[in-house]
Design a protein around this ligand. Structure first.
Ligand code: S3P
Length: 169
């Protein structure tokens, strides 16, 4: 259960549906949604893909950490949707824990993710061999998602509204 003053943070692999679920949770909870990828794009005035192409992944990761810290520092409780790689940096994981936010891991089988993601758009890391990349990313990141999660919600074979209800439980 989410407490009144607590941020609700969604973590999980790319393509799991964090942004969609966050939008609905925002309406349900009457909160603003803070989608880290969108905030990064707004601040940089460029797309995530463009930032990767022109400045490289480390520059993107630096912006991502900054944006997370700002979201968690908001005095108004938010629904925060994070990019799939947010948990990789130990500083980001520590910030999430220390902020007292409720962190929910939306978890899916890589096979489900392959069906959902396209390689275009804001996911340049999936341009080559999306299935293999997702498999590897899941292996690399699973322990990090588990480390920060207060709750784990499985999304395979569940509708969007079922996932929303499970997050709110
Ligand atoms: C990334 C996931 C993307 C985006 C960027 C990197 C990742 O966000 O932040 O392309 O490392 O998994 P989504 O999780 O919304 O796809």
């Amino acid at each position: 259960m989410i407490e009144a003053g607590q941020h609700l943070v969604l973590v999980g692999m790319t393509g799991v549906g964090k942004s969609t679920i966050a939008r609905i949770l925002g309406v349900r909870l009457g909160r603003d949604v803070y989608d880290t990828d969108s905030v990064i794009e707004g601040r940089a005035g460029r797309s995530v893909r463009r930032i990767f192409e022109t400045d490289g992944e480390p520059a993107f990761r630096a912006l991502e950490s900054e944006v997370l810290a700002d979201g968690l520092a908001s005095p108004v409780p938010l629904v925060i949707a994070t990019g799939g790689g947010m948990v990789v940096a130990e500083a980001n994981r520590r910030l999430m824990r220390e902020s007292g936010a409720r962190v929910v891991w939306l978890c899916a089988d890589p096979a489900t993710l392959v069906e959902r993601v396209g390689s275009a758009g804001h996911r340049p890391l999936l341009d080559d061999d999306p299935a293999g990349t997702l498999q590897r990313m899941m292996q690399d990141r699973e322990a990090f998602y588990r480390e920060v999660a207060d709750a784990i919600v499985l999304v395979d074979h569940r509708s969007v509204s079922e996932v929303v209800e499970a997050v709110l439980r």
